[in-house]
Design a protein around this ligand. Structure first.
Ligand SMILES: Cc1ncc(COP(=O)(O)O)c(C=O)c1O
Length: 399
C-alpha cells in the first residue's frame, strides 16, 4: 500500500503572534561574522559588561556541591525571596511578604510574561511608552492590543501624565513603565511618578513597573518605587532581575516579580506549569550571595560605568550628525542618528558593514531615528572611533 505524505503540521495561531526583534536579528548576523573571524564589537548588548563576580560564582559552586541540584519550591528558594524582601525594605522602605508576595522567575522576562498572561484578556489595551523596552510581543501573545504614550527627547524624555491619560480608553487594563527607563536611561522623578500614579488610581489601571536598571543609577540620583505611592500598592507588579545589577549574570536567569498575593498566586500557577516547579536552585543560591554580600564591587562598577558614560556621551556629541542626552541610569545611551536619513535598521546594518560594530536599532523600542549604545563595554572607545570614521564617509542629509 502506498503511503501518502501528510501535510506538515499547522501551528497554533497564538505562536504566529510571537515575532522576533530586529536587535536579535542583527546580533545573529554579527555572531556569524565573528565565527568567521571578523573582529566585530557588539556594542548594543543589553547587560553590563564583565564576568560574574568570584564570590557569587563560588556560592553557586558550593551550592552545586551541597545538593542544590534537585527540584526547588515553585516560588523559588525562600532564602532568596527573603533577601529580595530585605532589599526592598532597606532601599525603599517597602514591605513585601516573602511567603506570598514575591515570586522568583527565570529572569525579568518571564516575570513580564506571567504578569501579562495573568492580567490581560483578549481585546484589553496595554499602554507602553514610546520609546520603550518592548512589551508588544507579550501583549500580542495575550491577545491584547498595544497602545502608546510618547516620551519626547525635546522634553528630556519626561514622563508626562497628561499624555498618558489622553491615551487611556475604556479598554485600557494595564500600563507599563520602565523605571529607570530603557532605552533612554531616564530616572523618573517623584513628581512625575506621583502624577502618573494619580492617573492609574483615577482610571483604575494596573501598573507593571520594570526595575531592572534600578541598581545602575548615576550621579547619586534616587530611584523611587512607584508601589510606595498612595493607592499603588495593590495595583502594581514590580519586575526585576539580577541580569542588569551585576556583571555576567544574564545567563543565570534569575529574576523576580513582586505584587499583591492574589496576582502572585496566579502567576505562580503558570510559572509552575512552564518550569515544572521553580527555577534553577544553585543559580538562586548564587543570587542570594549577590544580594547579601558587601556591595562595594557594585558601587565601584557603577562609578566606572558613570565615567564611561560621561566619556561616551561627550564623544558621541562630537560626531558629525549624532546627538545624545546624558542617560541618568542603565548601561546605555540612546544617540539620535536621524540626520543620516536612513531607517534605524538600515543604519545599524550599514555600520556593521562599514565599521564592524553592532549597535541596536531604535525600531526595537518602537521609535525611529536612534540607536542604542552600551557604554559599559570595555572596547567602547574603539567602537566610537570606528563609528566616527565610518560616518565621516557619508553626508548628513537633514538636521
Ligand atoms: C528593561 C528590561 N527589562 C527586562 C529585561 C529582561 O531581563 P532578563 O534578562 O532578566 O530576563 C531586559 C533585558 O534586556 C531589559 O532591558
Amino acid at each position: 500500500m502506498q503511503t501518502v505524505a501528510k501535510e506538515p503540521a499547522k501551528f497554533a495561531a497564538r505562536i504566529a503572534r510571537v515575532g522576533s526583534f530586529q536587535s536579535m536579528l542583527i546580533d545573529d548576523v554579527a555572531m556569524k561574522m565573528v565565527r568567521k573571524g571578523d573582529d566585530v564589537i557588539m556594542i548594543g548588548s543589553n547587560a553590563p559588561a564583565g564576568e560574574t563576580l568570584p564570590h557569587i560564582r563560588n556560592a553557586a559552586k558550593r551550592a552545586l556541591d551541597s545538593g542544590y541540584t534537585k527540584y526547588g519550591p515553585t516560588s523559588g528558594l525562600f532564602e532568596l525571596r527573603q533577601a529580595v524582601a530585605d532589599k526592598l525594605k532597606r532601599e525603599y522602605d517597602f514591605e513585601a511578604d516573602p511567603e506570598s508576595e514575591i515570586l522568583l522567575t527565570n529572569g525579568a522576562e518571564e516575570a513580564i510574561f506571567l504578569a501579562m498572561q495573568a492580567l490581560v484578556n483578549s481585546g484589553d489595551e496595554v499602554l507602553q511608552s514610546k520609546p520603550s523596552y518592548p512589551f508588544d510581543l507579550h501583549v500580542n501573545y495575550s491577545e491584547g492590543i498595544s497602545t502608546e504614550y510618547r516620551l519626547e527627547e525635546r522634553n528630556g524624555w519626561k514622563l508626562d501624565a497628561e499624555r498618558v491619560e489622553s491615551r487611556v480608553s475604556r479598554k485600557t487594563r494595564l500600563v507599563t513603565l520602565v523605571n529607570p527607563h530603557s532605552p533612554t536611561g531616564r530616572v523618573f522623578t517623584r513628581e512625575e511618578l506621583e502624577e502618573f500614579s494619580e492617573i492609574a488610581v483615577k482610571r483604575n489601571l494596573f501598573v507593571l513597573v520594570d526595575h531592572v536598571y534600578s541598581d545602575l543609577v548615576y550621579d547619586g540620583r534616587r530611584h523611587i518605587n512607584i508601589a510606595n505611592l498612595p493607592g499603588m500598592r495593590e495595583r502594581t507588579v514590580i519586575v526585576c532581575s539580577f541580569s542588569k545589577s551585576y556583571p555576567g549574570m544574564g545567563g543565570w536567569r534569575v529574576g523576580y516579580a513582586v505584587g499583591n498575593r492574589k496576582l502572585i498566586a496566579e502567576m505562580t500557577k503558570l510559572h509552575g506549569l512552564i518550569s515544572n516547579m521553580g527555577g534553577c536552585t544553585f543559580a538562586q543560591k548564587g543570587a542570594v550571595e549577590a544580594y547579601l554580600a558587601n556591595q562595594t564591587p557594585l558601587s565601584r562598577m557603577v562609578r566606572k560605568f558613570q565615567r564611561q558614560r560621561d566619556a561616551s556621551v561627550k564623544r558621541l556629541n562630537e560626531i558629525k550628525g549624532v546627538s545624545v542626552l546624558t542617560p541618568e541610569a542603565s548601561c546605555h545611551s540612546f544617540p539620535r542618528v536621524s540626520s543620516y536619513g536612513m531607517s534605524s535598521v538600515d543604519f545599524v546594518y550599514w555600520l556593521l558593514k562599514e565599521a564592524k560594530i553592532v549597535v541596536h536599532p531604535s525600531i526595537t523600542y518602537n521609535i525611529e531615528g536612534y540607536v542604542r549604545f552600551n557604554h559599559s563595554h570595555p572596547r567602547y572607545e574603539e567602537a566610537l572611533e570606528r563609528m566616527e570614521k565610518a560616518l565621516r564617509k557619508i553626508p548628513v542629509r537633514r538636521n
